[in-house]
Design a protein around this ligand. Structure first.
Ligand SMILES: *Cc1c(COP(=O)(O)O)cnc(C)c1O
Length: 243
Protein backbone atom coordinates (compact mmCIF):
# COMPACT_ATOMS: atom_id res chain seq x y z
CA UNK A 1 0.00 0.00 0.00
CA UNK A 2 1.18 3.54 -0.61
CA UNK A 3 0.43 6.58 1.62
CA UNK A 4 -3.09 6.90 0.28
CA UNK A 5 -3.91 3.25 0.86
CA UNK A 6 -3.82 2.33 -2.82
CA UNK A 7 -2.41 -0.95 -3.99
CA UNK A 8 1.07 -0.08 -5.20
CA UNK A 9 0.92 -2.92 -7.71
CA UNK A 10 -1.98 -1.21 -9.44
CA UNK A 11 0.27 1.52 -10.84
CA UNK A 12 -0.31 1.24 -14.54
CA UNK A 13 2.30 0.32 -17.07
CA UNK A 14 1.81 3.73 -18.63
CA UNK A 15 2.57 5.46 -15.32
CA UNK A 16 5.65 3.34 -14.73
CA UNK A 17 6.97 4.10 -18.21
CA UNK A 18 6.45 7.80 -17.60
CA UNK A 19 8.12 7.71 -14.18
CA UNK A 20 11.14 5.82 -15.50
CA UNK A 21 11.42 8.22 -18.43
CA UNK A 22 11.48 11.16 -16.06
CA UNK A 23 14.24 9.55 -14.00
CA UNK A 24 16.27 8.90 -17.14
CA UNK A 25 15.84 12.48 -18.27
CA UNK A 26 16.91 13.78 -14.86
CA UNK A 27 19.98 11.54 -14.80
CA UNK A 28 20.93 12.72 -18.30
CA UNK A 29 20.57 16.31 -17.25
CA UNK A 30 22.66 15.82 -14.10
CA UNK A 31 25.46 14.30 -16.18
CA UNK A 32 25.17 16.53 -19.24
CA UNK A 33 24.20 13.72 -21.54
CA UNK A 34 21.76 13.71 -24.44
CA UNK A 35 18.61 11.70 -23.71
CA UNK A 36 18.95 9.93 -27.08
CA UNK A 37 22.17 8.27 -25.94
CA UNK A 38 20.30 6.13 -23.42
CA UNK A 39 18.23 3.18 -24.64
CA UNK A 40 15.86 1.14 -22.53
CA UNK A 41 15.55 -2.63 -22.63
CA UNK A 42 12.28 -3.76 -21.05
CA UNK A 43 13.15 -6.97 -19.21
CA UNK A 44 10.06 -9.17 -19.38
CA UNK A 45 11.37 -12.23 -17.54
CA UNK A 46 9.09 -11.60 -14.53
CA UNK A 47 5.90 -11.10 -16.52
CA UNK A 48 3.41 -12.98 -18.68
CA UNK A 49 2.98 -13.25 -22.41
CA UNK A 50 0.06 -10.80 -22.18
CA UNK A 51 2.08 -8.19 -20.33
CA UNK A 52 4.92 -8.58 -22.81
CA UNK A 53 2.44 -7.79 -25.58
CA UNK A 54 1.25 -4.73 -23.66
CA UNK A 55 4.84 -3.54 -23.23
CA UNK A 56 5.33 -3.61 -27.01
CA UNK A 57 1.99 -1.89 -27.56
CA UNK A 58 3.09 0.92 -25.27
CA UNK A 59 5.93 1.62 -27.66
CA UNK A 60 8.81 0.01 -25.78
CA UNK A 61 10.74 -1.51 -28.62
CA UNK A 62 13.57 -3.42 -26.93
CA UNK A 63 12.73 -6.62 -25.07
CA UNK A 64 15.19 -8.47 -22.79
CA UNK A 65 14.96 -12.07 -21.63
CA UNK A 66 17.51 -14.18 -19.78
CA UNK A 67 16.43 -17.78 -20.45
CA UNK A 68 15.32 -19.28 -23.74
CA UNK A 69 12.95 -21.69 -21.98
CA UNK A 70 11.02 -18.72 -20.57
CA UNK A 71 11.36 -16.51 -23.63
CA UNK A 72 10.30 -18.98 -26.28
CA UNK A 73 6.51 -18.52 -26.11
CA UNK A 74 6.90 -14.74 -25.99
CA UNK A 75 9.29 -14.72 -28.89
CA UNK A 76 6.98 -16.92 -30.95
CA UNK A 77 4.12 -14.50 -30.29
CA UNK A 78 5.95 -11.20 -30.68
CA UNK A 79 9.37 -11.91 -32.18
CA UNK A 80 8.62 -9.90 -35.31
CA UNK A 81 7.73 -6.86 -33.22
CA UNK A 82 10.52 -5.07 -31.49
CA UNK A 83 14.16 -5.97 -31.05
CA UNK A 84 15.15 -8.83 -28.78
CA UNK A 85 18.10 -8.90 -26.41
CA UNK A 86 19.46 -12.00 -24.74
CA UNK A 87 20.75 -10.79 -21.38
CA UNK A 88 21.34 -13.96 -19.34
CA UNK A 89 24.09 -16.51 -19.10
CA UNK A 90 24.10 -18.43 -22.38
CA UNK A 91 24.95 -22.11 -22.50
CA UNK A 92 26.78 -23.10 -25.65
CA UNK A 93 24.17 -25.73 -26.51
CA UNK A 94 21.44 -23.06 -26.43
CA UNK A 95 23.06 -20.87 -29.09
CA UNK A 96 21.13 -22.70 -31.81
CA UNK A 97 17.87 -21.63 -30.15
CA UNK A 98 18.60 -17.93 -29.83
CA UNK A 99 20.73 -17.18 -32.89
CA UNK A 100 18.90 -15.14 -35.50
CA UNK A 101 16.10 -14.38 -33.03
CA UNK A 102 17.87 -12.16 -30.53
CA UNK A 103 19.64 -9.35 -32.32
CA UNK A 104 21.95 -8.70 -29.36
CA UNK A 105 23.67 -11.10 -26.98
CA UNK A 106 24.74 -9.25 -23.81
CA UNK A 107 26.56 -12.13 -22.13
CA UNK A 108 29.59 -13.07 -24.22
CA UNK A 109 31.99 -14.29 -21.54
CA UNK A 110 34.13 -17.10 -22.96
CA UNK A 111 35.89 -18.30 -26.08
CA UNK A 112 33.80 -21.47 -26.54
CA UNK A 113 30.67 -19.31 -26.67
CA UNK A 114 32.24 -16.89 -29.15
CA UNK A 115 33.18 -19.81 -31.41
CA UNK A 116 29.70 -21.27 -31.34
CA UNK A 117 28.01 -17.89 -31.94
CA UNK A 118 30.33 -17.19 -34.89
CA UNK A 119 29.76 -20.62 -36.37
CA UNK A 120 25.97 -20.55 -36.08
CA UNK A 121 25.80 -16.96 -37.36
CA UNK A 122 27.94 -17.94 -40.36
CA UNK A 123 25.57 -20.81 -41.13
CA UNK A 124 22.69 -18.32 -41.23
CA UNK A 125 24.71 -15.76 -43.16
CA UNK A 126 24.25 -13.11 -40.47
CA UNK A 127 26.34 -11.06 -38.06
CA UNK A 128 25.60 -11.51 -34.39
CA UNK A 129 26.04 -8.38 -32.28
CA UNK A 130 27.45 -9.00 -28.83
CA UNK A 131 28.43 -7.32 -25.60
CA UNK A 132 31.45 -8.62 -23.69
CA UNK A 133 30.29 -9.33 -20.16
CA UNK A 134 32.92 -8.16 -17.71
CA UNK A 135 32.96 -8.86 -13.99
CA UNK A 136 34.09 -5.46 -12.77
CA UNK A 137 32.98 -5.95 -9.15
CA UNK A 138 34.98 -9.16 -8.80
CA UNK A 139 32.13 -10.95 -7.01
CA UNK A 140 32.61 -14.69 -7.34
CA UNK A 141 28.91 -15.23 -8.00
CA UNK A 142 29.00 -13.12 -11.16
CA UNK A 143 29.69 -14.32 -14.67
CA UNK A 144 32.00 -12.39 -16.93
CA UNK A 145 35.59 -11.97 -17.99
CA UNK A 146 37.99 -10.40 -15.56
CA UNK A 147 38.81 -6.89 -16.79
CA UNK A 148 42.39 -7.86 -17.66
CA UNK A 149 41.12 -10.72 -19.83
CA UNK A 150 39.20 -8.39 -22.14
CA UNK A 151 42.16 -7.38 -24.29
CA UNK A 152 43.50 -10.90 -25.02
CA UNK A 153 39.93 -12.07 -25.56
CA UNK A 154 39.27 -9.40 -28.20
CA UNK A 155 42.50 -10.38 -29.95
CA UNK A 156 41.48 -14.03 -29.97
CA UNK A 157 38.11 -13.35 -31.53
CA UNK A 158 39.27 -10.67 -33.97
CA UNK A 159 39.18 -13.14 -36.88
CA UNK A 160 35.59 -14.25 -36.16
CA UNK A 161 33.93 -12.56 -39.09
CA UNK A 162 30.30 -13.27 -38.13
CA UNK A 163 30.60 -11.95 -34.59
CA UNK A 164 30.81 -8.30 -33.75
CA UNK A 165 31.48 -6.81 -30.32
CA UNK A 166 29.42 -3.63 -30.06
CA UNK A 167 29.77 -3.03 -26.35
CA UNK A 168 30.60 -4.09 -22.82
CA UNK A 169 28.12 -5.30 -20.22
CA UNK A 170 28.31 -5.60 -16.46
CA UNK A 171 26.13 -6.22 -13.43
CA UNK A 172 26.75 -4.37 -10.18
CA UNK A 173 26.23 -5.98 -6.77
CA UNK A 174 22.84 -5.26 -5.27
CA UNK A 175 23.28 -2.33 -2.88
CA UNK A 176 20.72 -0.67 -0.63
CA UNK A 177 22.44 2.58 -1.51
CA UNK A 178 22.87 2.62 -5.31
CA UNK A 179 25.59 5.25 -5.02
CA UNK A 180 27.88 2.41 -3.94
CA UNK A 181 27.61 0.88 -7.43
CA UNK A 182 29.23 3.89 -9.08
CA UNK A 183 32.81 2.54 -9.14
CA UNK A 184 31.60 -0.58 -10.98
CA UNK A 185 29.92 1.43 -13.74
CA UNK A 186 32.80 3.86 -13.95
CA UNK A 187 35.17 0.91 -14.21
CA UNK A 188 33.30 -0.47 -17.23
CA UNK A 189 33.38 2.89 -18.98
CA UNK A 190 37.10 3.29 -18.33
CA UNK A 191 37.75 -0.22 -19.62
CA UNK A 192 35.85 0.58 -22.82
CA UNK A 193 37.84 3.75 -23.37
CA UNK A 194 41.08 1.90 -22.65
CA UNK A 195 40.23 -0.89 -25.13
CA UNK A 196 39.31 1.65 -27.81
CA UNK A 197 42.62 3.41 -27.30
CA UNK A 198 44.34 0.21 -28.40
CA UNK A 199 42.30 -0.30 -31.56
CA UNK A 200 41.67 -4.02 -30.96
CA UNK A 201 38.48 -3.99 -32.99
CA UNK A 202 37.88 -2.76 -36.53
CA UNK A 203 35.34 -0.25 -35.24
CA UNK A 204 35.30 1.38 -31.81
CA UNK A 205 33.30 -0.29 -29.06
CA UNK A 206 30.65 2.30 -28.31
CA UNK A 207 27.96 0.69 -26.17
CA UNK A 208 27.74 0.18 -22.41
CA UNK A 209 24.99 -2.16 -21.16
CA UNK A 210 24.73 -1.40 -17.45
CA UNK A 211 22.14 -0.45 -14.87
CA UNK A 212 19.07 -2.30 -13.59
CA UNK A 213 16.00 -1.19 -11.61
CA UNK A 214 17.97 -0.49 -8.46
CA UNK A 215 20.91 1.40 -9.93
CA UNK A 216 20.14 2.64 -13.48
CA UNK A 217 20.33 6.31 -12.58
CA UNK A 218 23.91 5.96 -11.37
CA UNK A 219 24.74 3.84 -14.44
CA UNK A 220 23.41 6.58 -16.73
CA UNK A 221 25.49 9.19 -14.94
CA UNK A 222 28.51 6.97 -15.63
CA UNK A 223 27.77 6.55 -19.32
CA UNK A 224 25.29 3.69 -19.82
CA UNK A 225 23.89 3.51 -23.35
CA UNK A 226 21.56 0.57 -22.55
CA UNK A 227 19.76 0.15 -19.24
CA UNK A 228 18.06 -3.19 -18.59
CA UNK A 229 14.88 -2.58 -16.59
CA UNK A 230 12.57 -5.26 -15.23
CA UNK A 231 10.71 -4.71 -11.96
CA UNK A 232 10.64 -0.90 -11.98
CA UNK A 233 9.36 -0.69 -15.55
CA UNK A 234 7.24 -3.71 -16.43
CA UNK A 235 6.63 -4.93 -12.90
CA UNK A 236 6.66 -8.40 -11.41
CA UNK A 237 3.67 -10.70 -11.55
CA UNK A 238 2.48 -13.32 -9.08
CA UNK A 239 3.07 -16.79 -10.35
CA UNK A 240 5.92 -15.89 -12.64
CA UNK A 241 9.07 -17.84 -11.99
CA UNK A 242 10.77 -15.02 -10.11
CA UNK A 243 7.91 -13.42 -8.21
C1 LIG B 1 16.62 -9.65 -14.47
C2 LIG B 1 17.71 -8.89 -15.11
C3 LIG B 1 17.63 -7.50 -15.24
C4 LIG B 1 16.46 -6.67 -14.73
O1 LIG B 1 16.32 -6.74 -13.36
P1 LIG B 1 15.52 -5.63 -12.51
O2 LIG B 1 16.32 -5.47 -11.28
O3 LIG B 1 14.18 -6.19 -12.26
O4 LIG B 1 15.47 -4.39 -13.30
C5 LIG B 1 18.68 -6.86 -15.87
N1 LIG B 1 19.75 -7.52 -16.33
C6 LIG B 1 19.88 -8.85 -16.21
C7 LIG B 1 21.09 -9.52 -16.74
C8 LIG B 1 18.86 -9.59 -15.59
O5 LIG B 1 18.99 -10.91 -15.48
Amino acid sequence: MDWAGREVTSVSLEDRIQQVNQKIEDACQRSNRAREEVNVIAVTKYVSLETTGAVLQHGLEHIGENRWQDAQAKWEAFGQQGTWHFIGHLQTNKVKDVIGKFRYIHSLDRLSLAKELDKKAAALGIQVETFLQVNISGEESKYGLQPEQAKPFLREISSFSNLKVVGLMTMAPHEENPELTRPVFRGLRELRDDLNGQALTSEPITQLSMGMSNDFEVAIEEGATWVRLGSILVGKEEGSRWA
